[in-house]
Design a protein around this ligand. Sequence first.
Ligand code: GDP
Length: 489
Amino acid sequence: DLDPPNVTTTTGSKNPENPRDTLQGGLLAKAFDQKSCLSRYQSSLYRKPSPYKPSLDLISKLRSYEKLHKRCAPGTESYKRATENLHKLSDGSGEQCQYIVWVPLSGFGNRILSLVSVFLYALLTDRVILVDQRNDINDLFCEPFPDASWLLPLGFPLANQIDRFNWRSPRSFGNMLKHHRLISNSSIKSFQTSYLYLHLVHNYGEYDQMFFCQGDQSLIREVPWLIVKSDNYFVPSLWLLPSFQSELTKLFPKKDTVFHHLGRYLIHPTNQVWGLVNRFYNAYLSRADERLGIQIRVFHRAGFLQLVLDQVVSCTQREKLLPEAQEEEPPQVNISKLRAVLVTSLNPEYSNNLKRVYWERVSSTGDVIIGVYQASQEMHQQRNKKLHNQKALAEMYLLSLTDNIVTSAWSTFGYVAQGLGGMKPWILYKPENYTVPDPPCGRATSMEPCFHSPPLYGCEADTGGTDALKIASPFVRRCEDRVSGIKLF
Ligand code: GDP
């Protein structure tokens, strides 16, 4: 059983002599019961303090968001009124609380990326974020906001429709737009709908993509309830919107820190997950002088095992993340350093092989001992299984506690780890034609996740295809691991 850990150990502290910045430079609010969510306070025992300080604007935005959330959360009069009005037309009075409901979709990495994106959108538009709680969210993350829940009540009036929302739904933003049903009549201040479904999934079409257009944002702004499904980190495209740009620049003067700050603000593993992190970290990683994370995600067909292993060895040795391994004993030197390698993968073979490499041979420098560890070998990706997802979160978190990280191209699992850890990863490029890519890996330009499916269409009906990159070039660039994707840098 996964008991909540009763941990007071500081053996994992990277900086035991440093005063602990448990509130992460003011990012986190004070008003929490520590025991209910140990990770919120104990993560600073394991992490180096982030070199990226949150801006004062971000801190004050978060504090005012928390007040708004408390005022509008489930259980309040405002929430009650807003749900009662769900089936009425919006009167556009602007007095009521407005909401955005996040619905989980796809793998766990995708979920965290879309959750952070939706939260940023909520911050920018003064909406309250509520999360669909039917898929173990409560077993994975602590409540992030003080004195108020972020869980969408199970009795939410649209609860039984949420699963059926997709790009075909008549209430989807794209369809409403296409069929001219989304009209705001500002003279009489009435609006055609009190809720909209936003389909921001990789397969979205040109009308749904107009979510990222200025004019359409002013329409959406009037709608009290938004329900969103997304498997993507759509933050980079929010920087395309002129109305958000100036605020985003103030909130994030260093623009490649969006996920780093918001992820650390929002994502706090529950005590059960924290137990997994804690026990593994203290058993295998805490005593090492250096920690390297290697995240291996193989999307290809079978037959790639040796190839990916060769790629990992070639990348880590070429980039001097690991020493070369040689047959002959080097001149006797005292062992001075322990380097722990945390491998995460669905399969055990990569870490077993790497372990063998450094056990059967000698590291070329002689003075380094390499320990290779893997926490789980789940073999297959599963959805909505509590312990499986808890392990995935624990491993993402463990990766984020390392000093350097090697990730796999295209993998959102790796994006979460690098962002939480504040690390620019070395990305293992995708192998083509059964050969190890040359170079096998490259350093990312920023720690931000990649938006895999940015909008392809322009905002005016007659512009045809447009290049998102051209519009937003001061802010975004193409992703290193996916040319069709964009990322903040
Ligand atoms: P992506 O598919 O690589 O973008 O990452 P996701 O996290 O969205 O989906 C992959 C899912 O497979 C994870 O959520 C886990 O359920 C599982 N998975 C993949 N790699 C690992 C791993 O290294 N460890 C664990 N525990 N689960 C993994």
